[in-house]
Design a protein around this ligand. Structure first.
Ligand code: PLP
Length: 458
């Protein structure tokens, strides 16, 4: 089929996630055709370095034969097995057991979903059920962090704290509350780690006091805020927030949908801060995006309370495709890769990525460079002293994305002029160097834009 007709069919029929439908109709789709390692090829034959691993998910990189073989084997042998009626499948059971073994502390129980949004949504249901089982149903208020992203399900989108996910959708609900982000580059308390931690601790304490600890069910947090612009908290920030939750008998939910599976170095980012959450949500790198799957990891305490509370009654939460055997087989193949060199390569490549991005700090447009491992961002400004964002006319999200694309680089260009990086963990040195080089070219070109130059003079 000609790509032109694909573009027309897309325009007429395919609704794209988180997009302006009208702008997309006007622009038309870019169709991707194939991938190998960290390189994508589109239908016109253009090759691109994928600096964003699809949507921060293809951690293993494209074209990993062992993953493809595992999926094929499972498709041939048993393409579907329900988990209802007490049934199960070999790969799903093995994957649950392996995750339990690898996850921190007593996160020993796994509920599989299809992705991150339904993993977050499932935690909301489980947590409500947990407090009902404890005889404390009034503990029904949820707290999350400004600029956080926790998916776009009906309930989860209200824990998300990004305006586009709220406007027009009637969320957040009255039981969903926020505290300010740690956002070190623009934090009103300054950038000193201790000051940022103290401010966040005080904000969480104050929010719990305002609502009443007896009403607060859970606190949701990403170890590094992804969709909010890759906002990296200082070391020990997560630990400090965890301690406040413990103090107030509030469940701590780590949303590791992006940060899990080697994205920031260890298998799970919580390990860096020595934190064992009560629940953890994962997806993306779990199957490296080859097939859909997410997982809720639940601590012994939460699981046993729910189990005992229900007794002989069914816990009425389930999906047809929970613990899908093909996804689980892919998940096992991904874990094999992570454990047999991929995490190690990711750590090495992450080091090179951060070094390369830090070397861009001298560019006139780069105000901030931040990240950990293979998750990073640079924030563009027109005045480094005043931290002035790019002018709205510069349409940073669109213009920089397009420009990087033309330079053979796929990155995330956030509307506020933040460039996000999350390359596959399989990147070679040459891949990383290519990402940096093409970024510099893109920045140099942006520096020539009339509206950007005018803003810099102003
Ligand atoms: C932290 C976090 N939670 C939840 C989600 C939602 O996952 P999904 O898009 O698989 O539904 C995402 C997606 O990017 C995410 O970054």
């Amino acid at each position: 089929m000609l790509s032109n007709s694909l573009i027309e069919l897309d325009r007429a029929h395919l609704i794209h996630p988180v997009s302006s439908y009208r702008s997309h109709e006007a622009t038309g789709v870019r169709v991707l055709k194939s991938g190998k390692g960290a390189t994508l090829t589109d239908v016109s034959g253009r090759q691109l370095l994928d600096g964003f691993a699809g949507l921060w998910c293809v951690n293993a990189g494209y074209g990993q034969d062992s993953i493809v073989e595992a999926a094929l084997r499972q498709l041939r042998e048993l393409p579907y097995a329900t988990g209802y009626f007490g049934l199960g499948s070999d790969p799903a059971i093995r994957l649950a057991a392996r995750l339990a073994e690898l996850a921190p502390g007593d996160l020993n129980h796994v509920y599989f979903t299809l992705g991150g949004s339904d993993a977050v949504d499932s935690t909301i249901r489980f947590i409500r059920y947990y407090y009902h089982a404890k005889g404390r149903p009034q503990k029904d208020q949820f707290i999350s962090v400004e600029s956080g992203y926790h998916g776009s399900s009906t309930a989860g989108s209200g824990l998300t704290a990004l305006p586009a996910f709220h406007a027009g959708f009637g969320v957040p609900y009255s039981w969903q509350h926020k505290i300010p982000s740690h956002y070190a580059y623009r934090n009103p308390v300054g950038s000193h780690p201790q000051a940022i931690i103290a401010a966040s601790v005080a904000a969480l304490r104050a929010k719990i006091a305002e609502l009443g600890a007896e009403r607060v069910a859970a606190f949701y947090v990403e170890p590094i805020q992804g969709s909010g612009g890759v906002l990296v908290p200082p070391p020990s920030w997560l630990k400090a927030m965890h301690a406040v939750c413990k103090e107030h008998d509030v469940l701590f939910v780590a949303d590791e949908v992006i940060t899990g599976f080697g994205r920031v170095g260890p298998l799970f980012a919580c390990e860096d801060d020595d934190v064992v959450p009560d629940l953890m949500t994962t997806a993306k790198g779990l199957t490296s995006g080859y097939v859909p799957m997410g997982a809720v990891l639940m601590s012994d305490r939460v699981y046993n309370t729910i189990a005992d509370g229900a007794g002989r009654a069914a816990v009425g939460h389930g999906y047809t495709y929970s613990a899908h055997p093909v996804s689980a087989a892919v998940g096992l193949a991904c874990l094999d890769l992570y454990e047999n060199g991929l995490l190690e390569n990711g750590r090495k490549a992450g080091h090179r990525l951060m070094e390369g991005l830090r070397a861009l700090a001298d560019h006139p447009l780069v105000g901030d460079v931040r990240g950990r491992g293979m998750l990073a961002a640079i924030e563009l400004v027109t005045d480094k002293e005043r931290k002035t964002p790019l002018p709205v006319e510069a349409d940073a999200g669109r213009r920089i994305f397009d420009r990087a694309w033309d330079n053979g680089l796929l990155i995330r260009a956030f509307a506020q002029g933040v460039l996000g990086y999350a390359p596959p963990l399989c990147c070679t040195d040459a891949d990383i160097d290519g990402i940096i080089e093409r970024t510099r070219t893109t920045l140099d070109q942006t520096l020539e834009d009339e509206d950007v130059r005018a803003a810099m003079k102003g």
